[in-house]
Design a protein around this ligand. Structure first.
Ligand SMILES: C[S@@+](CC[C@H](N)C(=O)[O-])C[C@H]1O[C@@H](n2cnc3c(N)ncnc32)[C@H](O)[C@@H]1O
Length: 303
């Protein structure tokens, strides 16, 4: 069995000392040292032989080995070349693991094309395959990773990840609360979202300053099928929360200032009975989707 299956503090500190490494905080290098929680991530993801797993942040490979034992294939991406080398020593014996060494993001709005190509290749090799994102995500890029995967050409089946508690709370937030915003709407309009576990800093080495959560996002094809133009909806949702305390009319005026006249924006508001002095945070994900469609159709109508 690979030795990183038991990733304890003493094991990690010893191993890092041996190779002269220190955890790099700018890469969110906080390693899970509670084996029960590693197992909980894997069991929440409910992995089976038809699953192609995307893991972002191989770290030392402790989660990777657990997933490789259960999934059809694991694609694991690591930005840090030293950790990549360290993890390679642990993972070489798994023939169903593909290791990639680079920043998973091309920019904050897109994955590197090589990641998508590798996923497509592995999905094509397994009958009835499905993609699952399972990872203890680096905190600084957790939100773009989750958002971008839902914008990508490959629909994930589910996403089971460790992220900041604060981001998990924003994902599951309900209207008219301080946490509710574009991220809540984007996620809830495509996934069934559930916080599996809240975790304090003590389950990581080194200890982060914040609490974390394991969240399970089950992608719902029926919900996703109700969004005719995902890119438009994504931009619309972000635009209406750009100034979250402003009234809807004013927010819509600035969101469409390049494409629609004030009169045209007022027409959409009046024709659809929208309240001009409402605020974006009052609307449910369904209502925001309906509003987004009104504007998409208006834009089509005015050419
Ligand atoms: C929270 S640690 C998780 C490590 C390991 N999977 C575990 O559970 O202990 C996050 C890992 O992601 C890596 N990482 C950070 N930013 C990344 C990026 N943009 N692309 C790929 N890997 C990244 C870090 O170097 C680190 O190894």
């Amino acid at each position: 069995m690979p030795k990183f299956q038991n990733q304890t503090i003493s094991f990690l500190t010893k191993r890092f000392r041996e190779v002269g490494l220190r955890p790099v905080s700018k890469h969110g290098q906080n390693f899970l040292i509670d084996m029960n929680l590693l197992d909980m991530i894997v069991s929440s993801a409910d992995l089976g032989p038809q699953d192609v797993v995307l893991e972002i942040g191989t770290g030392t490979g402790s989660l990777t080995t657990r997933m490789a034992a259960a999934a059809g294939h694991v694609i694991t991406v690591e930005i840090d070349e030293h950790l990549f080398t360290l993890a390679s020593e642990e993972l070489f014996e798994f023939d169903n693991v593909t290791m990639l060494q680079f920043d998973v993001l091309k920019n904050k709005n897109a994955f590197r094309p090589e990641v998508m190509e590798t996923i497509k290749e592995k999905l094509a090799e397994i009958p009835d395959s499905r993609l699952k994102l399972v990872a203890n995500l680096p905190y600084n890029v957790a939100t773009p990773i989750l958002s971008n995967l839902l914008r990508s050409e490959i629909t994930p089946f589910s996403m089971t990840v460790t992220i900041q508690k604060e981001v998990a709370e924003r994902i599951i937030a309900v209207p008219s609360t301080k946490d509710y915003g574009a991220l809540s709407i984007w996620m809830q309009s495509q996934c069934r979202c559930e916080i599996v576990r809240i975790m304090g800093p003590g389950v990581f080495w080194p200890r982060p300053k914040i609490d974390s959560a394991i969240i399970h996002l089950q992608v719902d094809d029926e919900l996703r099928g109700r969004i005719p133009d995902r890119e438009f909806f994504h931009h619309f949702t972000r635009a209406i929360f750009f100034h979250r305390r402003k009234f809807l009319r004013s927010v819509l005026m600035s969101a469409f200032k390049e494409q629609l006249t004030k009169t045209q924006v007022d027409e959409v508001i009046a024709e659809n009975g929208l309240q001009p002095d409402a605020r974006a945070e009052q609307f449910t994900p369904d209502e925001v989707l309906a509003m987004s469609e009104m504007f998409r159709l208006k834009l089509q109508a005015v050419g």
